[in-house]
Design a protein around this ligand. Structure first.
Ligand code: FAD
Ligand code: SF4
Ligand code: SF4
Length: 1009
């Protein structure tokens, strides 16, 4: 065989397709009726990145309606010589999910569980389902046979990675020492070949399908011919993910497996979409362990920790994970993670410089864990060892390990941890040498790196600190990449142990495997994909070495817009400036999770990449860095891109991303900035935006004549004028809280300690009964209550992007409130509406106001919810009321839904604790995400369906199933409205519940207005 003679058709030019070609392809795909065909510039840009460093604009995007459509797309593209790139969660770190191709996003619609065979511990699924989703499904549908079974591979991205992507990358996680990689957990795959044939590849497939037999015969021939070289060149490690897994085929042939029985599914695992498109997979399921236990062992330095790994492996752990001093130091500087550092045992009273997380699994009973821990104590060589077996503490300890990368990203300075040599895998006994020599490499290039991750299998996620905006650092990147790959090889390892080859390691394969294996790879590629359309340029025919530092998302070569010159409305200290905020999203895709927390409601309801936080982050980044104007050199941001506006439109501004995104990407803030810049450029905002933004003024007027205003609201005129959904009722106006407050017969104030209530526009003009309840509660606690006429917090203006107006308004409000803020006698300012409190706590500190920052910070210290005030100062209140034995709350179940801003900024704990003081253990804080209303969002006619869909995800169902006697509590005004519209239940504010508990007989007069 002339190894050099095999060449694949080069089918996509680096310049991509012309507009005419693209339009024609899109037209033909539309005619095929395969699903959503998105070939517009905006969609192409949204799909131009994955979690890697790279950005390559695809030809277009298709979201197939089902797997049959995938077949049609591949057939069509093969016939026209058009590249195809299958995509799942798009969380690849090596750039294998970026390319000049038609991207086929299988994640939204190809996600069914097709069959479960509990006895045989198998399930058959479509490729778009996520690992977590599958495991949740198996748990939930225990009756169908999934009970106690789970799919074991556990990459750190289990919440967002798809089965198809796990197969594509042969994913594996911390427990791979126990469960292996995806290839060890797959029993067969159904694939579409570029010939258009659809075939199952599994053991014995050759007996059923001529296509499978043909493939197996040809693959076996290649492997036979190269057997000696495969034995010589392939690393003998659990974690090996470079090139095609020819060693897995050789291992079968060595066992005497016939060509008819040959299982080719292992070859598809790790093939990065280059051989075939997976449309179904038969997965092996594992039995869930009875219990898990975690030991955390501290060490004086990294070398000592690494030296201990070999002995620890002898005790049978399911995972051994490493943290070094850089990660631990970064965690100490992080408000959330500092607490988790406390879970590391101290060494001579000090925080350790390295730690190992050692996990064990008990198969029969939890008691087995003790024996494991005892064995560990014998070999660990240190007493600095703690063990945990309760799920909560283990979860908190693991949080620190899992947050490692994000923590390093948060370190100040332009140099950030860069993902390009994060995947080396070496024999565990070589780890010490590898780390020592790696440190020399990075030191030689004038930088540093942190060392952490899967010590059990010799895979350390090392990310050198570089600033890729600098050409010198891009050169360093290239040099470090080649030197690190050579080092891994010299240590008996490989440079791709987990994340695959893609753009960042594909060019290094030849040096690792040599020409003979590379030719074998090409032959494999041509057996499966003779026309070369499947994810070209990956694994085989990779571009030259220099390409490792090209096509970077941070493209230092393009005429950069100097973002430091943009006159922003916010300051961006959290991201070291506007440019940092715009580039903060690293693409890891945690915002694509579908359960737990709140981020990102619109993604959860649509399963559309465009409507994920990442989609919005990408949209804003490309617009602000001037990439949206095709073919034009941009010297200024594009504040008026229709695609970006469409993508931002479905952001509910819930702030969940600000907290739940590991790098704290704050899309609500960036959206507000983008809109404000746009309005500045246009010379003003549309009428509807101005009316939504000025809700306080509208409420003030409505509250003057509530009867008339409410009657007019019911006529539908306002709905039509503002484009509101006809299914929505408007919030009712009521006589102002001020009127009641100043006319009432207040209890004597003299000598009492004082608190103030913030007269927000919802409580003041629409829900004054909540204000009355709050006054009753605060007076029951023994305070004199004040209701200063402050002004607007600007929430609605901020959310709609009226930032010019918001800044002026907030400054005026601050001036009006100054005496209260500075009055040491006013102990707290109670803000009853969470979205107003969030404006004060968050945006007021970040907007470029005239008012000095210390004044704003003093307000933040004083401003709090009534629940927080009640709870945090419980021991200090002038009096502490008790709930009478016979109370309206007695024995009643209480479901509490928290406002998104509250969950994102100050949490639900104070609410839960305060309510439990009056309602005891019956209080249940719902594990609910966003309700879908989000201020004015859910009122808009065009958002109504999505708003209701979001409500259905996690809020309406538990409310509907609550008994008629149950109390439903919601902290936010829009949440209360949404629950009434969507689940038909009236909700109480926590202040009302506290009043019901403590004010006893006074309740009816407090609540009934
Ligand atoms: C923070 C972070 C941590 C990570 N940790 C780990 C880890 O611990 N272990 C690990 O293994 N990986 C890890 N990864 C990498 C990545 O998340 C995993 O490999 C994951 O399994 C990829 O799944 P995905 O659905 O996002 O795949 P994608 O990125 O969408 O695709 C992955 C590859 O598979 C191909 N592909 C996708 N679908 C199909 C299909 N239907 N048919 C054929 N080919 C297909 C794609 O073309 C691509 O080449 C991590 C990534 C990040 C960002
Ligand atoms: S928005 Fe946050 S969670 Fe989503 S991909 Fe970007 S960095 Fe990750
Ligand atoms: S603010 Fe909420 S809706 Fe908007 S991107 Fe963030 S998580 Fe998604």
């Amino acid at each position: 065989m002339d190894h050099a003679a095999i060449s694949l058709p080069v089918i996509e030019s680096p310049r991509g397709r012309s507009d005419e070609e693209r339009a024609k392809i899109a037209e033909e795909l539309l005619r095929l009726d395969v699903g959503e065909v998105r070939f517009d510039r905006h969609s192409r840009l949204v799909y131009s990145t994955d979690a890697s460093l790279y950005q390559v604009e695809p030809i277009g995007v298709v979201v197939p309606r089902d797997v049959a459509a995938v077949e049609a797309i591949v057939r069509f593209c093969a016939g026209r010589g058009i590249a195809v790139l299958p995509r799942g969660g798009g969380t690849s770190l090596a750039g294998q999910c970026t390319g000049r191709a038609v991207v086929v996003d299988l994640s939204p619609n190809c996600r069914r569980v097709l069959e479960v065979d509990a006895a045989g511990r198998r399930c058959r699924v479509e490729p778009g389902i996520g690992i977590d989703e599958l495991n949740r499904w198996l748990e939930k549908n225990g009756a169908q046979g999934g009970a106690g079974l789970f799919f074991a591979p556990d990459p750190a991205t289990v919440a967002q990675a798809t089965i198809g992507g796990c197969i594509g990358n042969n994913a594996a996680g911390a427990r791979s020492i126990r469960y292996g990689r995806t290839s060890e957990n797959v029993a067969g795959v159904e694939v579409v070949l570029s010939s258009g044939e659809r075939v199952w590849l599994e053991e014995g497939a050759g007996r059923k399908s001529p296509t499978a037999r043909r493939l197996a015969k040809r693959v076996a021939a290649v492997v036979h011919e190269n057997a000696a070289e495969i034995r010589r060149r392939f690393p003998k490690l659990i974690r090996r993910n470079a090139g095609y897994g020819l060693d897995m085929i050789l291992e079968q042939l060595d066992r005497g497996v016939s060509e008819d029985d040959l299982d080719l599914s292992g070859l598809i695992c790790g093939s990065e979409g280059t051989l075939a498109v997976v449309v179904a997979a038969n997965l092996k399921l594992s039995v869930l362990p009875k219990a898990r236990g975690l030991a955390v062992v501290s060490f004086a330095d990294l070398d000592a920790a690494i030296a201990a790994v070999g002995g620890i492996l002898g005790t049978g752990p399911s995972a051994v994970e490493l943290l070094d001093d850089q990660v631990i130091r970064a965690a100490q500087g992080n408000a959330e993670c500092r607490a988790y550092v406390e879970l590391l045992p101290k060494l001579a009273g000090a925080t350790p410089a390295a730690a190992l997380y050692v996990e064990y699994q008990a198969e029969q009973s939890a008691a087995e864990l003790e024996a494991f821990f005892a064995a560990l104590r014998n070999v660990a060589g240190t007493n600095a060892l703690v063990t945990y077996s309760d799920a909560g503490t283990m979860g908190r300890a693991w949080t620190l390990r899992k947050a490692s990368e994000a923590l390093l990203h948060g370190l100040p300075g332009k140099a950030k941890p860069v993902t390009f040599v994060e995947d080396n895998s070496v024999p565990v006994e070589q780890l010490g040498r590898f780390v020592t020599e790696f440190k020399r490499i990075v030191a030689r290039h004038g930088t540093t790196a942190a060392y952490y991750a899967h010590a059990s299998v010799g895979v350390l996620h090392i990310r050198p600190m570089l600033d890729l905006h600098e050409s010198a650092d891009r050169e360093k990147m290239l040099a470090i990449a080649t030197e690190a790959a050579a080092l891994a090889k010299a240590c008996g390892g490989v440079m791709s142990g987990e994340h695959g080859d893609g753009r960042v390691r594909g060019p290094l394969l030849e040096a690792f495997y040599g020409p003979q294996i590379m030719t074998a790879f090409k032959r494999i590629k041509t057996i499966f994909d003779p026309v070369g359309i499947l994810n070209p340029g990956n694994i085989v025919d990779a571009p030259p070495l220099a390409s490792i530092a090209q096509n970077l998302r941070v493209d230092g070569e393009s005429p950069a817009i100097d973002l430091s010159k943009v006159d922003t409305y916010y300051q961006y200290a959290w991201a070291e400036g506007f440019a940092g905020a715009v580039e903060a999203c690293n693409g890891a895709g945690f915002c694509r999770k579908t359960s737990g927390g709140t981020m990102c409601p619109s993604y959860r309801a649509t399963l559309d990449e465009r409507h994920s936080t990442r989609g919005r982050g990408n949209a804003i980044r490309v617009a602000v860095t001037g990439q949206t104007r095709e073919g034009q050199a941009s010297s200024s941001p594009d504040w008026n891109d229709p695609g970006v506006l469409g993508t931002l439109d479905l952001c509910l501004g819930c702030k969940a991303c600000k907290t739940e995104c590991p790098t704290n990407v704050d899309i609500a803030q960036l959206k507000s900035e983008y809109y404000a810049q746009r309005y500045r450029q246009l010379g003003g905002a549309p009428l509807r935006v101005r009316l939504f933004g000025n809700v306080r003024r509208v409420n003030q007027i409505g509250s003057m004549m509530p009867g008339v205003a409410n009657w007019m609201g019911r006529l539908g005129l306002v709905h039509r004028m503002l484009g509101l959904s006809p299914q929505r009722s408007l919030p009712a106006f009521a006589p102002s809280l001020h009127r009641w407050f100043h006319r009432r017969a207040a209890p004597p104030m003299a000598g009492r300690r004082r608190v103030a209530i913030w007269a927000d526009c919802f409580v003041t003009y629409s829900e004054p009964h909540i204000g009355r309840a709050a006054v009753a509660v605060l007076e029951a606690l023994g305070y004199a209550v004040e209701l200063p006429a402050g002004g607007c917090c600007g929430r609605a203006m901020i959310s709609t992007g009226l930032l010019d107006q918001a800044i002026g308004t907030i400054d005026r409000t601050l001036a009006a409130m100054r005496s209260v803020i500075d009055d040491g006698g006013v102990e707290a300012i109670i803000v009853l509406e969470p979205s107003c409190l969030s404006a004060i706590k968050d945006e007021w500190l970040k907007l470029k106001l005239q008012t000095d920052l210390p004044t704003r910070k003093r307000l933040v210290e004083k401003a709090m919810s009534i629940e927080e005030f009640v709870e945090r100062r419980w021991e200090r209140h002038p009096s502490r009321p008790i709930v009478p034995p016979v109370s309206a709350l007695a024995g009643r179940q209480m479901l509490v839904h928290g406002h998104c801003h509250q969950k994102a900024l100050w949490g639900m704990e104070p609410t839960a604790a305060a309510l439990r003081r009056v309602a005891g253990p019956h209080v249940r804080i719902l594990d609910s995400g966003c309700c879908g209303m989000a201020g004015a969002f859910g009122y808009a006619a065009e958002h109504y369906d999505l708003s209701m869909k979001i409500g259905e995800l996690s809020v309406f169902p538990p409310v509907r199933s609550a008994g008629p006697d149950a109390l439903i509590v919601a902290t936010g005004t829009s949440c209360r409205h949404q629950i009434r519209d969507g689940a038909g239940r009236d909700c109480l504010h926590p202040a009302e519940v506290l009043a019901m508990g403590w004010c006893g007989a006074g309740v009816p007069s407090v609540l009934a207005l």
